[in-house]
Design a protein around this ligand. Structure first.
Ligand SMILES: Nc1ncnc2c1ncn2[C@@H]1O[C@H](COP(=O)(O)OP(=O)(O)OP(=O)(O)O)[C@@H](O)[C@H]1O
Ligand SMILES: [Mg+2]
Length: 510
């Protein structure tokens, strides 16, 4: 009997002649956490889709041995039946349903042909307890934050008696505290003998959690090592094939006069007991990178939505750009006025999944390409698309590929390209490097400096404190819809930000 619960041998997977995986081998022992690392587009999600039957047997070559038997899954159901559960990079729960309905979707408990609601309710309570989620099973999913939804996904996997849990970038949208909780739950599951394949670009998590680390690059296996013997730099080197001497390429750059003034921003959902954004005023200088920190739910995203005219609910704000008062009621007007935003929830606000990579980039600029011709000047469009694919190193087989086929990180780059194409004066980035690998992050930071050097101003919302500290010139901290502090980046520490983000009293620093 093999010592492994899961053994992947020599997996090769092609997409229309392009090899996304080229002979990858990976093993997981019972009760072991193995992290899978690699750059954006290196094939991590594809490999896990092979394991979980999303890509069925026959669509790849190589062998999968699970629990001593060949697994030749025709679909997800087959892999679930043997105890493999996958939580995909983009959450797949149904927002309109309750927690209970989501957990039992397609798996309902019935009694004499009728739904046994009572049994399902009880079972859901037990499952929620296991993932330390203190909510009512009948809570509509859309009322939960991303972190809580993630835990519901895990509860759902546990309900299927998973023996191997695959987590594809589970923490990319979570706060520090939620991440701690998630890691703790994975550790608890490991103690119960459940194995885990963990995919993350956050190498500190990878090292804190895993027993072994497997690294792939461009679909090829680079190696597998015991986590104990590795440093973050070792992993980076294996991932990118070279050492990155620093993670944050801070550059001195000129900061000019105030160009944007935001006064008394307010945003509230209908029927809510308190506003999500409550009387916030701040300004932004030319060439400045302004970081916005705070816990998830502190109102950072909603504040940005106010500025960009896409808040769903009641909002008011006075915005002055270059001394000119703006009246922004939708995103189109915001873009027209020179304010662009890369949204947090890319699946909902960022991309049109079935449209090509190229067209997703040029969507906000189509007017421009059809200015002198009837229809769209595809030649000019193509030239620009290629330019941005090169500048942001977007990994795609062609400009015509449907964007949903791009890896998560590369989709993010396309969204960024789309906004940059509108040549805004103020660029709002809401979690700009979420799901982006260390090498590409570095490229994005460098690009941000290039943009501010050209005179653009950037507002960056980020939950990653090292990023906030490493990139911003100035940092605002929000807490429960209010502005709690303002800091210059010099001398600023993570502790100071956290202190402020959870503090009760209003402070003002400079
Ligand atoms: N359905 C598909 N059709 C065509 N190409 C695809 C498809 N799915 C994935 N690819 C390609 O396979 C490669 C690997 O993608 P994959 O999603 O596995 O990367 P990843 O390592 O998970 O990256 P990320 O860290 O960005 O999530 C990419 O180049 C991607 O464009
Ligand atoms: Mg992926």
């Amino acid at each position: 009997m093999s010592e492994f619960l899961l053994e992947l041998r020599n997996i090769v997977k092609e997409f229309s002649g392009v090899k996304a995986l080229n002979g990858v081998t990976l093993t997981v022992k019972p009760g072991e956490v193995v992290s899978l690392c690699g750059e954006n587009g290196s094939g991590k999600s594809t490999l896990m889709k092979v394991v979980s039957g999303v890509w069925p047997h026959g669509s790849y070559s190589g062998e999968i041995i699970f629990d001593g038997r060949h697994l030749e899954a025709k679909g997800i159901r087959d892999s679930e039946a043997v105890g493999i559960a996958i939580i995909h990079q983009e959450l797949a729960l149904v927002k309109e349903m309750t927690v209970l309905e989501n957990i039992f979707l397609g798996n309902e408990i019935t009694h004499w042909g009728r739904l046994n609601t009572e049994a399902m309710f009880k079972r859901t309570q037990e499952l929620l307890k296991r993932v330390q989620l203190d909510i009512n099973p009948d809570t509509p999913l859309k009322e939960l934050g991303v972190g809580q939804q993630q835990l519901v996904e895990i509860a759902k996997a546990l309900n299927k008696n998973a023996r191997l849990l695959i987590l594809d970038e589970p923490t990319s949208s979570l706060t520090e505290r939620e991440i701690e909780l998630l890691l703790e739950i994975v550790r608890q599951l490991r103690r119960e003998g459940i194995s885990c394949v963990y995919i993350s670009h956050k190498l500190n998590e990878v090292l804190a959690l895993s027993d072994r680390v497997t690294v792939i690059r461009d679909g090829e296996l680079i190696g597998t090592c015991d986590a104990d013997s590795l440093t973050q730099n070792d992993i980076i080197q294996m991932m990118v094939g070279r050492e990155l001497d620093q993670l944050f390429p801070r550059e001195a750059h000129p900061i000019g006069d105030v160009i944007l003034e935001v006064n008394r921003a307010y945003a509230c959902k209908p029927g809510a007991s308190r506003p999500q954004v409550d009387d916030i005023s701040f300004n932004l200088r030319k060439g400045e990178i302004l970081g916005i920190a705070g816990l998830v739910g502190s109102g950072r995203t909603e504040l940005m939505q106010c500025l960009f005219g896409c808040y769903e609910g009641e909002s008011r704000v006075d915005i002055t750009l270059h001394g000119r008062k703006l009246n922004i009621t939708n995103s189109r007007e915001a873009l027209g006025a020179g304010i662009a935003m890369v949204p947090e929830d890319r699946k909902r606000h960022g991309i049109v999944p079935i449209m090509s990579v190229g067209r997703n980039m040029t969507l906000s600029k189509l007017d421009f390409y059809s200015r002198w011709v009837s229809g769209v000047n595809e030649q000019a469009e193509y030239v620009d698309v290629l330019d941005y694919i090169r500048r942001l190193t977007v990994k795609t087989a062609s400009t015509e590929l449907a964007i949903k086929n791009l890896s998560g990180g590369n989709q993010q780059k396309v969204i960024l390209a789309k906004l940059l194409m509108t040549e805004p004066e103020v660029l709002i980035l809401d979690e700009p490097t979420r799901g982006i690998d260390v090498g590409a992050k570095y490229e994005i930071y460098k690009l941000m400096y290039e943009l501010v050097n050209q005179g653009m101003s950037i507002i960056m919302v980020s939950s990653e404190l090292p990023e906030v500290l490493g990139i911003s010139d100035r940092v605002l901290v929000m807490h429960e819809g209010r502005l709690k502090g303002e800091f210059d980046h010099r001398g600023l520490t993570q502790e100071m930000i956290m202190d402020c983000a959870i503090a009760e009293e209003i402070r003002s620093h400079d």
